[in-house]
Design a protein around this ligand. Sequence first.
Ligand code: GDP
Length: 207
Amino acid sequence: MAKINHKINIFFEKTDFIGSFHSVENIPIFNNMFECCFVGRSNVGKSSLINSITKNKKNAKTSKTPGRTQKINIFKIQNNINLVDLPGYGFSKVSKILQNQMSELISTYIESRVNLKHVFVLIDIKVGIKNSDIDMFDTLNNFDRNFTIIFTKIDKTAKKTLDEQRTSVKSLMKNYPKKFSNIFFTSAKSNYGIIDIQKEIYRLSQI
Ligand code: GDP
C-alpha cells in the first residue's frame, strides 16, 4: 500500500500548465498523450479538486464567482497524461449567450477530441444531480465516452447523505451501463479521496 502511494506521489510530482484555450480547434494534438477531462456544474469545486490532484495551489484558478472559468485549461502530468479542465455548466446567472457558448465548447471537445480517453463528472454532494448533469450523462453516452462520477465537498455532509447519494446515483446509472464505471467521494478541503482519483488517473494512463 505504502509502495503504491509513494509511486503515485512521484507520478503527480511533475505537473505543468500547458495553456488556456478558447476553442477546441486551437488545442494542439499532443501525440502519445491521452487526456482525461473534468466537467461539472459551475462552482462544483472543479478547480479545487484539480489543484489537489496536481498538488499545486496555483494550477487551476479557483473562484468564488461561479461561471467565470470560460476556457479549456490543460495540465500535463509527466509526459504521459493531460488533465483537461472544461468550463463549468448550468450556471443560470450568466447570460443565455454565454451559457450556450460554454455548452458548445464543452460538447465540441467531448465529441471531437481524439486524445480523450476518460471523463470525470463532478457533482457537489450538497447539490446532488440536476437536469444539467443528466444532460451531460446523455451527451457522454451519445458520444460513446466512458465516465466516472466524483462527488465533491463531502466534508460538508454526514455519512447518511453520502449513502443516499450513492444509492440514487447507482440507480440512475442503470441508464448508462456501458459508459459509467465508478463513483468516488472527495473533499479538496480535507484531502479525502484525492489519492483514489490520482490512482484512477494513473491506472488509466497504464491502459
Ligand atoms: P469551480 O467553479 O467548479 O472551479 O469551483 P471552485 O474550486 O472554484 O470552488 C467553488 C467554491 O467551493 C469555492 O468557494 C471553494 O472554496 C469551495 N470548495 C471547493 N472544494 C471544496 C471542498 O472540498 N469543501 C468545501 N467545504 N468547499 C469547497
